[in-house]
Structures are given as C-alpha cells and as structure tokens.
Write a new protein. Sequence first.
Length: 727
Amino acid sequence: MPKLKDKLNPLAILHLERYSTKTKVLALIGICVLLTVLLFVFLLRDLPSPTKLAGSNQPQSTNIYDRNGTLLYSFYEGRDQTYIPLSQIPKIAQEATISIEDREFYHHGAIDIRGIGRAIVSIILHHRIEGGSTITQQLVKNSLLSSEQTITRKVKEAILSFATEILYPKDKILELYLNEIPYGGTVYGIEAASETFFGKHAKDLTLAQAALLAGLPESPTQLSPFGAHPELAKQRQLLVLQAMQEEGYITKAQQASAAAEPLQYKDISKAIQAPHFVFYVKDYLDNKYGEKMVEQGGLNVTTSLDLNIQDFAQTTVASEIAKLKGYHVTNGAALVTRPGTGEVLAMVGSKDYFDQDIDGNVNLTTSRRQPGSSIKPINYAVGLMKGYTAATPFVDEPICFPGGPDGKQYCPMNYDFGWHGVQPMRYALGNSFNIPAVKMLELNGIDSMLATASAMGITTLTDANRYGLALTLGSGEVMMTDMNTAYGVFANSGYRIDLHPVLKITDRNGKVLESYTPPPSPIFGKQVLPSGVTFIISSMLSDNGARLIDFGSNSSLVVKGHTVAAKTGTTNDFKDNWTFGYTKDFVVGTWVGNNDDTPMGSIASGITGAAPIWNKIFTYLLQDKPNEPFVQPPSVIQKSICALSGLLPDPANPCQTRFEYFIKGTEPTKIEQLKQNVAIDTTTNDLAKPGQTVNVQMKDESVLTDPTGDKYCLSCPHPTPSPTPGQ
C-alpha cells in the first residue's frame, strides 16, 4: 500500500514538513514552560512568607531594669532579642552597618549586580573580602531561610528578597535587619548586642561602639570581643570606620578619634545583676503573665531596685561575712525597702549567688527562718493596744508557764541566763529580756498576737497550736520580706503598704500593662495600728539609753547623728541572727547564719553578727541627710513618772523619776505607794514563797506587783546582774 507522502505533490510535502517542525518547537517550548512552572511550584511549595519578617511577631526577650534604666537581666527562650524601632537606633549605627555590609543599600533593588561585581574585583585585586549580598538578602537568609549553600536556597533567597522589597520600604528593611541579625551566641539584634557588650541601650552608643557592633555580623563567633581573639574585633572595627569615612558619613578626624577611643566592655561576670531580686521579680511576672509571656513576650520591666544601693549592700554583706569565718557563719542577707511606698531598693539573698558551697542561689530574704527576738515589737504593740504602757513594769525572775506546745511546762530563760528584777516595758524591749516578753504574750493572748502580725504583713504564722508562748521569742518561721513589711507599719505610723518591686511594665509595642505610682503618703495604705502605738514602739526601739544593760552605749545599733529604731534577734539554737530597723524613709533587715541550719559558733548576738551589716547599710543610706526624729502624734502625751513603778510621784515620799510617753487615756492616775507588810524569808532576805511558814518574818518593804500578779521586793537586797551583750 503506498504511503501518504508518496501520493502528495512536492508543495504539499513542503507544507507538511514545516507544520511538523513548528509542532515540535511548540511542544518543546511547552515542555520548557511546564518544567519552569513545576520548578517554581517545587521551590514555592514551602517558601515562607516575607510577612513573617515583621519583628513585632517574633519571640523577644523580657528585660528587667533597675529604677534608673540599668539592665539587670534578660529572660528569653532560644534567643536574646529586643525589637526597637529605627528611630531608637542612632544614625551612626545605621551608617556603620550600611558602610560595611551594603554601601548602595538605598540605591539598588533586592539584588545588587554591581555589588557582586565589586566583591569579585575586591577579592581578586585588593585581596579584601567584601560581601556581595544585599542587606535585604541577608535579612531573608537569616530570618526566613537556612544558611545552607545550595542553588535551591539561593533561588529562594532571590525570590523572597524581591518580594520583601515590594512589601517594605528601605527604612523598614534596615530596621528589620538591625533587629534580626545575629551578633554572637544567643544575641540577636542591635539592642540586645548593645546591652550585652556595652551595658547600654542602642540609642546611647558612641561612634566607636557602633562601629564595633556593625562589624560583628560577618562572623559573630570569630570576631566577638569576648571570644578567643578579641583583637579581631578591633581590626574589624577599624575597617568599618574606614568604610564610613570613604562613604562620607564621618570625617577623617572622627575616624581617628573613634579608632583611638578605648572600648569599655561590660563585665561578663555581671551578666546578671542583683540575681536574687531578678528571680524574685520573675516569679511575680510568671504568676501574673505566664512563663511563656515572660520568655517570649518582649516585656520591658522597670523595677524599684536602686542598683547603687544594691551593690553597696551586696559588698557589705560579703565583706562582713568574711570577718565572721571564725564564728562558723557562712552566709548573710539584707533587704532595703521604702516603708511609705513598698519599693524594694535592694535585695541581697546571700553573700554570693554563685557560691554553690553555701547554696548561694537560695534567697534568704524569702526563705522561712525563725526571727528570734526581732518579733517582740509586734507583741508589745498588742500590749499597748490593750492598755498597757511603756511604763508597765514586769518582774524578771525565774518562772515556768504551764501548757507548752509539747504539753510540758515552759520555762524561758533570758539570753544572758540572768535575772533583772523589775523592768518597765521600755527597758524590757530595749534590752530584749525574754521573761517580760513571755509575760506580755500571756497577757495579750497568742491569737491576738497572730492576728496583729497577720494584719501587719506576716503571712507564715498560721497555726496557733504550734508556737505556744515561745512565739514572742521567735518560735514561728517568718520571711524577711514580710518582716520588712511589718516594720514598715511602725515606720508608717500604723499604715501597712505591701512590697512593690515593679514600677512599670510595657509590652513589645510599648503598651503599658501595669504601672505603680507610689502613694504621696503612707495614709493611702491600710491602717492596722494606731499611730500612738507605733510612735511609742519607735520611741522605745530608738532609745539607746533603754538598751544599755545588754548592748552598751556604743553598739552597732547606733547610727551616729540619726534617730533610727532598731531590734535584734537571735534564736536559742544560734541558727539565725537578725537585725531590723527603720526611719520614716527606709526599712533595713539583715540576717546571718548558715543555709544548712548548723548553729553559729561563739557568736554573741545580733550586735556581732547581723547588726554591723545593718549599721553600715543604714549609715550609707542616711549619709548627707538631716536627722528626722519620729513625730509625736496628738494622741500621745508625756508625763513624769516614778522610774520603776510607772506611777505618779508621791510628794511626801519622792521617787526617782523619768519622762515617759502614754497614749491618752492610759497615763497613770495613781500615786506610788509601795510599802507593804509582807512575809520575808529570813534565810534569803527576800519575799517568802507562797505558803511558807518556816524562817518567815513579817516586815514593811517596798513591793511592786506586775500585771501578771508576780511580786518583787524593791527594798530587799538583790545581787546586781552582770551585763552581757544582748540579742
């Protein structure tokens, strides 16, 4: 059978061959188009969107600052990054980056063909490496793609770079780049880099510092000034300055000046400042905003901490603990607060946060410890509210009380193991005698003291059955933070203001999430004690003459030139040693001891342990400040009374007198008449015991009876107790 071609004429055959060739070309073009489409589909199927470059959507660090804007620490998950607008990045930092990374940034598109050519020429002719990628390409590579060197990645980079240039103006691309580029380790963005290397905000960078940072992104690890070859960072900085001069951004004189400027780097050992306080604040943030928000949300937290006071307190604690090595004292803590506002000015949780041998990371200002006698002022405040006075006398002699926590008799001892006869409340508190304090609690009732302590801010004394009368000697555990709040009530004339470690929190967009405006006066707090009670407590605690027996005239409780209320406390087992004190502007609490609860050895009292730390901190706080005595409220009057009995003098039988403060209505109205016909033990020449019939003689003696019914013969001979440093 003949073929079709054989039947056609030559012209038809020519047309047929032309048609076949056209078909083949079209088919080939179609295949090429199809392959191109398939290639783009393959490349674009997992291509990230350039809209993800918007920095406000990226995880960002939460920054904790002191009250003056000094960075204490940054919390972050994966990368330390704080996004800031271009307006907060100084021009010199922008120009330094452009000069070294992409000189024609504002004059080319996504890809700079001429820049690639210049890079090749620079490498061949000048043996100087110059990057060919634009800032846009680097932004895309670092933020949206991996760093793998493949054709596929380069194609994706080009596509995304063009898309980015379409979506964003040049200023926004530069802003994104300066916030996204890595500067070494977990540090991303110029703000985090500025804080890490120089301890300042990016807006405060000098020309020399900006040039140093601009040079790091090329090779952050190798060029790091904290790395193995810090000299490379300096060499790179000089190249940046040269590039800036060549581009006309700076003069030769500015270049030379910046090159010669010494670079003072942040001490990397201070990567976290005030660590116990920082984590105290983090707990607050975690509880309120959640851990994810804290580690990724880009919060900016301005705290109440004053880093100058913090550093002084930290140094003081460390140096004083070093002096106590021979006493088996390994640790100390201090807390400085403003009573009228609740602001935490310093929090030293241990002598050294990083000392693992003493568990230095444990925060002793928030740990539960027994307060010793430092809790006594609360007990005596209850007594004043119940009508007892600073002149109320207590008989300080051996005594036992029934029904202790273990069901046995409770027989307290004084710290010096001696007895001191009749002691008015002022001197009983000032010298921290234990017997009068226990008697005061017996009169007040444990429930009353617990209720008052709770109202004043003590949150840990919750089980009345645990403590017994030893509560007033510190048998319950408290936290220093709570004790500072409670002592703040005394300083605030009865008003309680809780601690406020945070002044302001803003989110990543600058929106204020919370702000604390300190009250102009403590009266904006909650009144939990009458002002008359707090004034008399303050008067007793600041009366150096009232503590002479146990502390002497020149103890560490005296802040020269200033009226400061102070109280020490040492537990019976010598595990905890405290000093608390206050003025109207400051409350300072200090502690020394051992985290492992081993007793301190041979330490006499608060005046040789916690008090020297307390004194140095208070002296620092009050330097160059005028003395401000506690202000007597209208509810308090002063009267002349008999020194021991607290009664009015008898003109016919004069007594030794002194002045004392009284809340109106509690002042004495009776005249002192102490002579009584009483039974005297002829062997001791003291009062006979109840029911005694042998060796008894009736005599007229001056006898004082305290509020518990205990009698003391003032005119009988008694041995004088020898003074011992007090607690």
